[in-house]
Write a protein that binds this ligand. Structure first.
Ligand code: SAM
Length: 196
């Protein structure tokens, strides 16, 4: 018992972040959750759990935020809900609470390619979307929602040798590519190859 009393209580993601440098948030936006089948929802959850694993390798894991996270997500997510930032409301509200007014939205339909000039933002948004084939134009909707709420959105795509073909579109792979570029200083092509 004496030994146990010496252990620090587990910090909430909020407390942990307040002790750490100003790392950006990596937000998975679940506003299109209800458009998914149960099987797809399961895949979204798994990919978010894999995002947590990746972020824990580089940072702490608390930088991972999931917005529009309803009851069903909480039930279906097998990862550590208490180690990530889970927010029930809209992404724009979360950003306003954190006093973040500009973000990078990872969007395969964007005109501009992500570059290191974009690594100064305080939040990166990835669509919590699973759609095999990926031909539906869904991610731009997330950008429109944010802009309507007054958030400045830099829409950026990830390409391999100039093309989005060959870029894995799983949520965790996209996060992995950003982290390899941002933290390890790899080029986009190198990062994409390593995450394929
Ligand atoms: N058809 C969907 C769409 O309209 O975007 C594909 C969604 S993809 C499976 C899931 C998320 O990964 C997207 O919302 C986006 O944030 C990110 N993503 C996938 N491929 C990307 C790429 N080449 N560049 C930037 N972001 C990408």
């Amino acid at each position: 018992l004496c030994m146990m009393e010496k252990f620090e209580p587990v910090l909430t993601p909020e407390e942990l972040r307040s002790k750490l440098p100003d790392w950006p948030y990596f937000i998975v936006d679940l506003q299109l959750w209800d458009k998914h089948t149960q099987k797809e929802k399961g895949k979204v959850c798994l990919q978010i759990n894999q995002c947590y694993g990746l972020l824990r390798d580089y940072f702490t894991g608390s930088e991972l935020a999931v917005t529009w996270a309803g009851e069903e997500f909480r039930k279906m997510f097998h990862g550590p809900l208490d180690r990530i930032t889970v927010y029930d409301g809209p992404t724009a509200e979360f950003l306003k609470e954190k006093k973040i007014d500009e973000v990078v939205l990872l969007d395969p339909w964007a005109d501009e390619v992500l570059s290191e000039k974009d690594f100064d933002v305080k939040a990166f948004i990835i669509g919590g979307i699973v759609d095999t084939g990926g031909e539906k134009k869904l991610t731009p909707k997330i950008g429109e929602e944010l802009e309507k709420a007054g958030i400045k959105v830099r829409r950026r795509k990830i390409v391999l040798k100039g093309d989005i073909l060959g870029v894995p579109d799983r949520i965790n792979r996209i996060l992995g590519i950003i982290l390899k570029m941002m933290v390890e200083g790899k080029s986009m092509d190198e990062a994409v190859y390593e995450m394929q």
